[in-house]
Write a protein that binds this ligand. Structure first.
Ligand code: CAA
Ligand code: NAD
Length: 302
């Protein structure tokens, strides 16, 4: 059955050209895994400085992958990196970059108005067969897709940070996502090396609905002084087998992202105690202490 499913989709709707919008942390990872899998990628950002940085970090991360894959054949590793990089074009105009895309994955700032503006533009510029998908962490797929005409070809493709390492892809079915679109998204996820799960359009899908309240509970524990940050993190690593403790993970994801998700959910579900604001989180974000990316969050980084 798996083989039949895969053949029928690859014949009809095989995705070969991918446009990724947003060249930040997530977008560059998504571009990398697609290029590694042999696809033609166009990576788009409003800022050419960001694109230059993304290309650099993709090159470095491909190097880590090559080191593992071609341990004893460094020349083959270099070829692998050069070929994958060669499959990634960069651009600053999302409309132009949509014209040859079979799939467009949006990974821009987590803001509904900005995403609406972009998707309206993509919907009118992209060919009729193009699937449009959002990598949103916390916003509603139906709400993001409300501005496009091709609602049957709209859905969620939610990756995890760091994209090249985390093996999961959440494939989100919106209310009007067609079965064909859903199957193509699942098939594409597999083609770029991910294990896919299917989610409904509920807040945080599966992973973030569980992970964000867990991180927030850890912050509340720390804020109350019940244990030190280090001890909370050691506890979850050694007592529950997590690769990172919750506070390390909060800094890694970005405290601004954590706050943004929490605030959005609190506004929508004011009675849910797990979504209540956290004064410590608000204070750190107000001070610009956003975690690893700014050199300080709950912890300090060199
Ligand atoms: N690209 C390619 N490879 C990478 C990489 C990258 N960006 N980052 C790490 N790696 C590779 C390393 O080369 C290394 O490979 P080997 O073990 O084969 O040598 C491996 O990944 C482990 O890396 P490190 O040794 O540097 O570090 P680590 O063992 O501490 O692992 C980690 C780092 C993978 C990030 C691990 O700590 C981890 O899994 N942490 C939890 C991450 C997590 O929960 N992510 C989800 C966040 S929530 C989210 O993303 C959703 C959202 O919407 C907010
Ligand atoms: P980021 O800030 O690293 O990157 C966003 C990029 O989008 C920036 O480079 C910015 O210049 C660019 N951008 C903004 N508006 C644009 C536009 N209109 N057109 C083109 N480019 C534009 O953010 P990120 O962490 O990569 O997150 C991107 C998306 O992925 C968000 O929706 C976020 O919720 C989601 N996400 C984040 C994580 C995470 O751990 N950071 C995990 C999964 C999903």
């Amino acid at each position: 059955i798996g083989r039949q499913f895969s053949t029928s989709i690859s014949k009809q709707n095989a995705i070969k050209n991918v446009t990724v919008i947003g060249g930040g942390l997530m977008g560059s990872g998504i571009a990398q895994v697609a290029a590694q899998a042999g696809q033609s990628v166009t990576l788009v950002d409003v800022s050419s400085d960001v694109l230059a940085k993304s290309q650099k970090s993709i090159g470095a991360n491909l190097g880590r992958v090559a080191k593992k894959l071609y341990k004893d054949k460094p020349e083959d590793g270099e070829k692998f990196v050069a070929e994958a990089l060669g499959r990634i074009k960069t651009a600053t105009d999302p409309g132009e970059a949509s014209k040859s895309a079979d799939l467009i994955v949006e990974a821009i700032v987590e803001n509904m108005d900005v995403k609406h503006k972009l998707f309206k533009q993509l919907d009118s510029a992209a060919p009729a067969h193009t699937i449009l998908a959002s990598n949103t962490s916390s916003l509603s797929i139906n709400e993001i897709g409300s501005v496009v005409k091709r609602k049957d070809k709209f859905g969620g493709l939610h990756f995890f940070n760091p994209v090249p390492v985390m093996r999961l892809l959440e494939v989100v079915k919106g209310a009007e996502t067609s079965e064909d679109t859903y199957k193509s998204m699942m098939e594409w996820g597999k083609a770029v090396g991910k294990t896919c799960i299917t989610c409904k359009d509920t807040p945080g899908f599966v992973v973030n609905r569980l992970l964000v309240p867990y991180i927030c509970e850890a912050m509340r524990l720390y804020e109350r002084g019940d244990a030190s940050a280090r001890d909370i993190d050691i506890a979850m690593k050694l007592g529950a087998g997590y690769p990172m403790g919750p506070l390390e993970l909060a800094d890694y994801v970005g405290l601004d992202t954590n706050k943004f998700i929490l605030d959005g959910w609190h506004k929508k579900f004011p009675d849910q105690p797990l979504f209540k604001p956290i004064p410590l989180l608000n204070k750190l974000v107000a001070e610009g202490k956003l975690g690893v990316k700014t050199g300080e969050g709950i912890y300090k980084y060199d």
